[in-house]
Ligand binder design. Structure first.
Ligand SMILES: [Zn+2]
Length: 246
């Protein structure tokens, strides 16, 4: 199986072009016409062109093709970027981590205890672990620690806003979510907060906590809801726009 994959890569007739600010992988294939594809997961652009086209022809063909589709490409990339905001930035490498909107280095210290310990320093974090610890276990410990931080600050913000709103939550859950920053189960008075907010400016977390607490007074996003939000946090709309990347 491995051999087959290598052979396929060897015969691949492809080059990367930069066209109007976009990076496009161009493949020469036995296709009759141009074929532009945008990968919906990572946002990469690919174009297949007929084998008879030369590479110098390709550049001018691409210019026209990208120009005609620019609006569509920009829109799709914005959608993908918005979705990627929910992907945990720590997953790519264990070198650095976004803490409340700022990038900090991660330092590893070998310890002789099997327990992984995460320590917050002024300029980043330190992870104490046995040298042979798998990155999977480190990531799990890091997630647990991250959720503790989010819980701590969520409780701080709850303590600040509950008396002002005259509400009281019953249950708090911190969970990494893919499409929601927060949720409120009104009947159970349960607040759910996205643990990935740890990576964003702390004001975002405060806005989400307030938003979910206001739902205990007003379940829908009607004018009453907006009025209460505006009275409590005048820039809440701006914060939500920033969070959602629009
Ligand atoms: Zn809401």
């Amino acid at each position: 199986m491995k051999g087959a994959r290598v052979r396929k890569e060897l015969v691949r007739d492809a080059r990367i072009f930069t066209v109007q600010g976009f990076e496009v992988t161009v493949e020469r294939k036995s296709v009759r016409r141009l074929n532009l594809r945008l990968n919906g997961i990572d946002g990469t652009l690919k174009v297949s062109i007929p084998r008879r086209c030369s590479w110098s022809d390709a550049q001018s063909i691409l210019d026209g093709l990208v120009f005609r589709n620019k609006e569509w490409i920009t829109l799709q990339l914005a959608k993908i970027r918005r979705r990627l905001r929910f992907v945990t930035p720590e997953a790519d490498a264990l070198n650095s981590i976004w803490i409340w909107g700022e990038l900090h280095p991660i330092e590893f210290l070998s310890s002789c205890s099997g327990r992984i310990r995460v320590e917050q320093m002024e300029t980043g974090i330190r992870i104490h672990a046995l040298p042979e610890t798998s990155s999977q276990r480190v990531l799990t410990a890091l997630r647990r620690w991250r959720h503790e931080q989010v819980r701590y600050w969520t409780l701080e913000f709850i303590a600040k806003w509950e008396p002002r709103l005259g509400v009281q939550h019953q249950e708090l859950v911190i969970r990494d979510m893919k499409s929601l920053w927060g949720a409120c189960r009104i009947h159970q008075k349960k607040i759910v907060i996205n643990g990935l907010l740890f990576h964003r400016p702390r004001q975002y977390l405060e806005e989400v906590v307030l938003h979910e607490l206001v739902h205990l007074l007003e379940p829908s996003h009607n004018s009453r809801f907006k009025e209460i939000m505006g009275a409590m946090m005048p820039n809440w709309k701006q914060v939500e726009r920033e969070m959602n990347g629009c």
